[in-house]
Design a protein around this ligand. Structure first.
Ligand SMILES: [Zn+2]
Length: 374
């Protein structure tokens, strides 16, 4: 089913009224752009130009992610159409009109009553944002979620991949510091290790019981007494134990894309094309300084080596590519006509590209990966 385009974006006349209100009210009365695409759980709207919108495959993937996340949390999925997703490219983010998130963070989830009375809303510059979707599902499945360490740790635990091995040394004291902070820090890795460790030790049912004992204004003292009540262990001792073993993040989204074959041994040289209707192509709305569309590709690397990675196109525009291995331990970016050396290890890799924008919605890029050494 093709995405239906209902209306072009327009500024509601309420904008002028809004600027006179106090901050909290202003946030709750920000205008919202029209819904331009829907899936089972999501109503999608964008402050970008939605004329050439292509969101069906992305929204289908988001529905699947919502269901997997709910199942992981031993919950029914949230009600149909209960999540409003508002795409706001960075060049269009304006706190007075389009952007209610705190200025220090790149995206946010707002409960019902904050922007829309009857449903929660996600604001993000990305076409889809798995971390914020976890917040929406968890809000339905486990309620307010207590301290930010629990909410943010859970969102990263389910929406990212990889291991927490690199942070263990500092973990006990750093988590204690996080639990004393009222506002989230910019680094969720300690929170993620804590939430993942609790879930791995005790399972989801006990984790939910623990969360139900927490208030959002709890600090170290409140969280440690809830921990002792639920699990019968001193939190300080538990953190010392958790620092001994890394956990693996769940990564409930799929590392998937259109498969691209190697051209020859150690050489991958291919013209990438994408158009609406391809399973891994998405056009979230068009704005200045962003690519018009995105697509993901996958390929396998058979041996460890240093490669040169480049993207070129005869059609200029704001274009980039991001290369990652599927455990997401490392990522490398290139802009159009750039080349960089990347150390790749055996395994499945995913390439995300932003296509130059054209009226035909057809993207075209040349992608090259060639082995430098050994
Ligand atoms: Zn978050």
């Amino acid at each position: 089913m093709r995405t239906q385009i209902k209306n072009k974006v327009r500024w509601p006349s309420a904008v002028l009224l809004v600027t006179a209100l106090a901050c909290e009210q202003e946030q709750s009365r920000l205008p919202t752009p029209d819904v331009v695409a829907t899936s089972r759980y999501i109503e999608y709207s964008t402050w970008a130009d939605p004329t050439l919108l292509c969101m069906d495959s992305q929204l289908a993937a988001a529905d699947l992610f919502v269901e997997k996340t709910a199942a992981f949390l031993h919950s029914d999925p949230p009600p149909v159409s209960s999540i409003r997703y508002i795409h706001v490219p960075e060049s269009l983010q304006d706190p007075a009109r389009t952007w209610p998130c705190p200025s220090s963070i790149g995206a946010c989830f707002l409960r019902e009553g904050r922007v829309l009375d009857d449903r929660s809303a996600i604001y993000s510059p990305r076409p889809m944002h798995w971390h914020e979707l976890v917040h929406a599902v968890a809000h339905h499945a486990i309620g307010r979620g207590g301290h930010w360490v629990i909410r943010e740790g859970l969102a990263d635990y389910l929406s990212q991949a990889g291991s927490t091995g690199a942070i263990l040394e500092d973990f006990p004291q750093a988590l204690k510091d996080d639990l004393e902070r009222e506002e989230p820090s910019s680094d969720y890795r300690m929170a993620t290790h804590f939430v993942g460790s609790v879930i791995e030790r005790y399972g989801i049912a006990r984790f939910k019981q623990f969360v139900a004992r927490l208030d959002s204004d709890d600090r170290w003292e409140g969280v440690s007494s809830a921990y002792a009540l639920e699990f019968g262990q001193d939190l300080e001792a538990a953190l010392a134990e958790m620092a001994l073993a890394p956990i693996t993040l769940k990564g409930l989204f799929e590392c998937e894309g259109e498969a691209i074959p190697w051209t020859s041994d150690g050489e991958l040289d291919v013209t990438l094309t994408g158009t609406c209707g391809d399973p891994f192509y998405v056009s979230p709305g068009v704005a200045e300084e962003t690519p018009g569309a995105f697509k993901t590709y996958v390929f396998d690397v058979s041996e460890s080596a240093m490669y040169e990675f480049s993207l070129t196109s005869s059609n200029p525009g704001t274009v980039y590519g991001m290369l990652q291995n599927c455990d997401f331990r490392a990522s490398w970016w290139v802009a159009l006509d750039e080349a960089r050396s990347v150390p790749l290890e055996p395994g499945k890799h995913v390439l995300s590209v932003g296509f130059p924008y054209g009226d035909d919605m057809l993207g075209e890029l040349d992608f090259r990966l060639s082995r430098l050494a050994p």
